[in-house]
Design a protein around this ligand. Structure first.
Ligand code: C5P
Length: 219
């Protein structure tokens, strides 16, 4: 079985996906990590969101080709690393996520993984376009959201350990900007598909969200 989980940044979709994968014995793919890995790789080459896009909002063909080469070489699933969670990497990943050529390569890789999960039991993907583009055929789809202030608090707690300079207000601002960019981009925007089950995690802890999701799956 395939399970698609989409939602806003820091809404708890990754925690839910991991919890479900453990309970059900399924493979889990955090698709945000793909964009974050690309962002970190080009950040190390000296590119930031400021010099990746020119003054007309355009990314050069040379940069797209460079990103495409890196993308083609990615092997799924990727492992997480604290550097991938840093704020500048989050920003840059959202810029990269708006490039159709890169999404096209990642589309194929994600579908290949989902169609042949190593466990052979089932697969859970979380991201922004899973229910709409990557796995529209998934029998179970979730859309997770929470109030921005609550998501910022959660992300702050997560990031505190990674960077001493991190501030809750800048995180809130970043989350709102990134959600807007994700919702309004032309290619594969973040949206709740009609067959997705909506969970507002604002007033719920991780166990409660997991229980609601399991009840829906078993219901
Ligand atoms: O989920 P996460 O916050 O790690 O994702 C980082 C960024 O990658 C998102 O803000 C979004 O721009 C992009 N992304 C995407 N499609 C996905 C997963 C992530 O566009 N399926």
């Amino acid at each position: 079985m395939k399970i698609a989980i989409d939602g806003t940044a820091a809404s708890g979709k990754g925690t839910l996906a991991k919890g479900l994968a453990k309970k059900l014995g399924y493979d889990y793919l955090d698709t945000g990590l793909l964009y974050r890995r690309l962002a970190l790789d080009i950040y190390k080459k000296g590119l930031t969101k400021f010099n990746l896009i020119n003054e007309r909002g355009i990314i050069s063909n040379a940069n797209i080709n460079m990103l495409a080469d890196i993308t083609l070489n990615l092997t799924l699933p990727l492992s997480d690393h604290p550097d991938l969670r840093k704020q500048e990497i989050s920003h840059l990943s959202a810029v990269i996520a708006s490039i159709p050529e890169i999404r096209e390569i990642l589309f194929k890789k994600q579908r290949m993984f989902a169609n042949k999960p190593p466990s052979k039991a089932g697969v859970i993907l979380d991201g922004r376009d899973i229910g709409s583009v990557i796995l529209p055929e998934a029998k179970i789809k979730f859309f997770i959201d929470a109030k921005p202030e609550i998501r910022a608090k959660r992300r702050y707690a997560e990031l505190k350990g990674l960077s001493a300079e991190v501030q809750e207000e800048t995180i809130l601002d970043d989350l709102i900007k990134r959600d807007k960019a994700d919702r309004t981009r032309h290619v594969a925007p973040l949206k709740q598909v009609p067959d997705a089950f909506f969970i507002d995690s604002s007033a719920l802890n991780a166990d409660e969200v997991l229980q609601i999701a399991l009840n829906y799956i078993n219901g």
